[in-house]
Design a protein around this ligand. Structure first.
Ligand code: ZN
Length: 186
């Protein structure tokens, strides 16, 4: 089932999401729906707050970004917590399905050590680096209530202010997928 994607401005995108019991069957269905929603919107990652749920679950399939290095990098991350970040920060132009039409360079650490669970409740502690680490950190930010625009320079943020305000109102939104706007619900 394709779910509407929550747009910038909805308070759910600002919540620190909570741990869940990954073995509940409802989360298997939710993860399937999130993959379907993400593919339909041509995204490489989608976090639960983006479909309106403040829980620590996100899905990624970053293979389209680098078909060699990220081949088969399709995963569900539950209850993720970054244990350690290391390496040099590097910049890359990011975008976000909740903030259509806006891109900006974000600097992030090269490598992360991540503790997380799968949908069977198995716990992993795994190191990710390069583009995989970047995609995970973007989604991880979502479950911490952080958006990529928070990382932009003060000047860039100032320049984007009007555009972001428009998105939160559903004005001039350039997205070819279904979205949900905070202002329309209140
Ligand atoms: Zn995002």
């Amino acid at each position: 089932m394709i779910l509407p994607i929550v747009a910038y401005g909805d308070p759910v995108l600002r919540k620190v999401a909570e741990d869940i019991d990954p073995t509940l069957p409802e989360y298997k269905t939710l993860a399937d729906n999130m993959f379907e929603t993400m593919y339909q919107a041509n995204g490489v990652g989608l976090a639960a707050p983006q479909i309106g749920k403040a829980i620590r679950l996100f899905v990624v399939d970053a293979e389209p970004m680098d078909e060699e290095k990220l081949k088969g990098f399709k995963k569900v991350f539950v209850n993720a917590h970054i244990v350690e970040s290391k390496g040099e920060d590097w910049g890359y132009e990011e975008g976000c399905l909740s903030i259509p039409g806006i891109r900006g360079e974000v600097k992030r650490p090269e490598t992360i050590l991540l503790r997380y669970q799968d949908l069977d409740g198995k716990t992993y502690e795994e190191e990710f680096t390069g583009m995989a680490a970047r995609v995970i950190q973007h989604e991880y930010d979502h479950i911490e209530g952080i958006l990529f625009t928070d990382h932009l320079s003060p000047l860039r943020k100032k320049l984007l202010k009007g555009k972001l305000a428009d998105i939160s109102k559903g004005k001039n939104v350039d997205a070819d997928y279904r979205m949900r706007f905070a202002s329309a619900n209140r």
